[in-house]
Each structure stands twice: as C-alpha cells, then as structure tokens.
Design a protein around this ligand. Structure first.
Ligand SMILES: [Fe+2]
Length: 408
C-alpha cells in the first residue's frame, strides 16, 4: 500500500546530504551596511566588481565604496561586467586583482557580476586561462575570499559554488565549479533590488522560481533542501507578479529576495533539472538571456516531468494555492509567462530541428539534466524539443518505473 504522499514526503528516509554555506548569510533591508566590516576581517585591499551601468546609476555602488573607504579599506573598482559573461572578462578581473594586490573580492550586481567576481577570486592563483578551467582543468587549491552582494532576486549565485560563463571560441556556456567559488559571506539586501527594471525583474524572478522548483524535484533533493525549496517556490510564486506590476512593493521585493536566497541554498546542495540542462545550450544557440530561456522551457519541462513527480507537483500546487493536482501546477506555469509580459516562444526565437544535434549532446552532459526527476535520454530530449516546436508532436510515454514518482 502506498503511504499518503504528505506523510511519505515528511517521514520518508532522509538519506545522507552535505550542505556547504557561506560563513555569513545576512538578509534584510539595510544589511548592506555590514559589507565593509566583514571585508575588513579578511584584508584591507578590496575589489568591487560590478556591471557597466545600473549600480553606478542607482548610487548603491558609490554608497558601498564610500563606506569601505570610511572603514579604512583601499578600494579598486572593476565595473565592466557584461550580461551572460565571457571567460575573457574573468581574465581581465584576475589581472586587476593581481596588479592591485587585492585581498577580498566584493561582487555587487546580478548573477553575471557575481559569477565573474567568484570565478576571478577562485582562479587568481592559476597559471591557466579561465577558458582552460571552463574546459575542465583542475581548479587551484586556494582563492581570495568573496563577499557577494546581489542586486537582483534571481540566480542565488551569492550562496552557490559555481559560476556560469561563456566561451564563444569553444562555443560553450557552462558552469565552473569548485569550493573556492563559494562566497565567505552573502549579503542580501532587498533594497538593492528596488531599481531593477520590469524585464530584469521578470527574467531573474522566473529563474529564482524555476531554480526553487527544480531543486525541489531534483534527484539530489533532501529534507533540508525540500524545506527551503518549497518555501522559495511559494515566496517567489506569489511575489513575482506583485513586483512586476508594482516594482516599489517592499513586501514583494523582500519576498523575492528571500525566495531567491533560499532557492540558491537549496540548489547548491540538491542541484537542478532539465530546464537548466536545456537552457544553457539553447540560450547560447539563440542568444537568449538565461532567465528567458528558462522561462520559455518551464511549462514544457513540467509537462515532460509530470509522470515522475506527481506528489511533489501536487504539493507545489497546494502550497501555491492554485489547485489540488499536478496538472494544476502545469496550468499555472502556462498562465504565468504572459502575466509577466512574455509572449514569445522558443519557436519564435528560432528553435528548429536542424539545431538539435548541437543542443542534445550538451543537454545530456549537463549535471542539471543528470539530476532531473525523470530519466532523460537522447530520444527524450529530441521528442521534447519537437513537442516544443509543434505541440501535436507527442511527448515520450513514461517508462514503468517513472509512472508513480518512485525515481524521485
Ligand atoms: Fe538559473
């Protein structure tokens, strides 16, 4: 007899799991005031890493730099990080860190900025290029301490030991992973997300929601990550539309920032799923921002995974208050995108069968795909992509052991 799902979810075997966290995780309006004090514990020469425009324009960077100088720190600023960052940008930041003899790296920005800051700090002692490490060369044994300060509610990069980078020469967008990529401190101040424009809010917020959902249903999920991920699903799921419609909503911004942080902690341990496995090669192929690529894949992957995670999708639908079954979660994800101004499709963005040969091998190699709750083979990805292009084209039928969520 099957145990009722809520009981089985709460009392089933806990398994074994390891959680690695920053030494300090600070959250709340105004907590950015702690940055200088924490930095001073690690050294007196700090490098702020940030994006080209937004932070300078909002005044937040000046405020943080001034506070650091007042605390007696020597400050270097690198403010040239682009969206979907390149390995060459990391190389430039590494040179800056060496030239200025920096002791602490403080990325202040969205996921791209934090990823560049983390990668540069972790590779500062390496003789090899960042591209070599992205291609698989061993990571150095040491790095500089990182204090990550996110300004979007999205990637959770402030609490994860990886950095997503692009190498156009190799045609690769992939994750650099290593223990020295994990920040020593994550300072999450929702006020810094207030200035994010609606599209950035929607894309980064959808990434946070999807990361929470994929961490929750991942094969690597544990009771620890489930608790965080479900809270993150509810917070981001409710608040996404609030902050899109009312960008100055303090409660909405707070909920998104907290949900994003919790999702980041969950995914750092549980890993992700097929949305992220597909989003990297598809984003690279069609030049889509990460959050948009994930968003456009979401309803299709939920539909594909439905047979393998009926219990958890039901729990999500109930927690979000959108229904009583897994199909209700699917319907809700379909309705969500247009509510956030996303009317396009992957077909509109150029997805076509001729490109499958480039997309599928990268998808199957991805650690995210390997943690997907439904087993994914070459034919499954092809069938899913065909279904995304043409909804009449059928999804693969679930194998016997996938039909009741047991693989999860
Ligand atoms: Fe993501």
């Amino acid at each position: 007899m099957r145990v009722p799902f809520l009981i089985s979810l709460r009392t089933g075997p806990a398994g074994t799991f390891t959680v690695r966290l920053p030494r300090v995780v600070s959250f709340g309006y105004g907590c950015r005031g702690e940055v200088s004090q924490i930095a001073a514990e690690y050294g007196s020469r700090v490098c702020f890493v940030t994006g080209k425009r937004s932070l300078k324009a909002s005044g937040a960077l000046n405020e943080l730099v001034e506070a650091a100088r007042e605390a007696g720190l020597e400050v270097t600023v690198f403010n040239e990080v682009e969206a979907e960052p390149l390995v060459s940008t990391v190389d430039v930041v590494r040179d800056t860190l060496l030239t200025e003899d920096c002791e602490v790296v403080i990325p202040v920005g969205g996921g791209s900025v934090i990823d560049v800051g983390k990668a540069a700090a972790a590779l500062v002692d390496s003789e090899l290029s960042t591209a070599d490490h992205l291609a698989g060369a061993d990571m150095p044994d040491d790095g500089l301490p990182i204090i990550a300060v996110p300004t979007t509610a999205g990637t959770g990069a402030e609490v994860t030991p990886n950095a997503v980078l692009r190498d156009p020469k190799a045609g690769v967008k992939a994750s650099l992973r290593g223990e020295h990529l994990l920040p020593v401190a994550a300072i999450v101040d929702p006020q810094l997300t207030m200035g994010a424009p609606p599209q950035v809010t929607a894309y980064s917020g959808l990434d946070a929601f999807i990361q929470a959902l994929e961490a929750y249903t991942s094969l690597g999920a544990s009771p620890f990550t489930n608790a965080l991920a479900l809270e993150a699903i509810v917070r981001t799921g409710y608040a996404l539309r609030v902050v899109y419609v009312d960008p100055k909503s303090w409660a909405g911004r707070e909920s998104m920032a907290l949900g994003s942080l919790l999702a980041g902690i969950a995914l750092a341990s549980a890993r992700l799923g097929l949305v992220h496995g597909l989003a990297h090669p598809i984003g690279m192929q069609y030049h889509l921002p990460h959050g948009l690529a994930c968003a456009l894949l979401l309803p299709h992957v939920v539909e594909f995974n439905l047979p393998a995670c009926t219990d958890k999708y039901t729990a999500c639908a109930r927690a979000l208050g959108v229904g009583e079954g897994p199909g209700d979660l699917l319907a809700w994800t379909r309705e969500l995108l247009p509510q956030l101004g996303i009317e396009t499709t992957l077909k509109d963005q150029g997805l076509r069968e001729e490109d499958f040969a480039k997309i599928i091998p990268v998808t199957l190699e991805s650690g995210s795909t390997k943690h997907n709750p439904r087993e994914v083979g070459e034919e499954d990805v092809a069938a899913l992509l065909r279904h995304i292009i043409d909804p009449e084209s059928p999804l693969p039928a679930p194998k016997e052991d996938e039909a009741d969520g047991t693989r999860q």
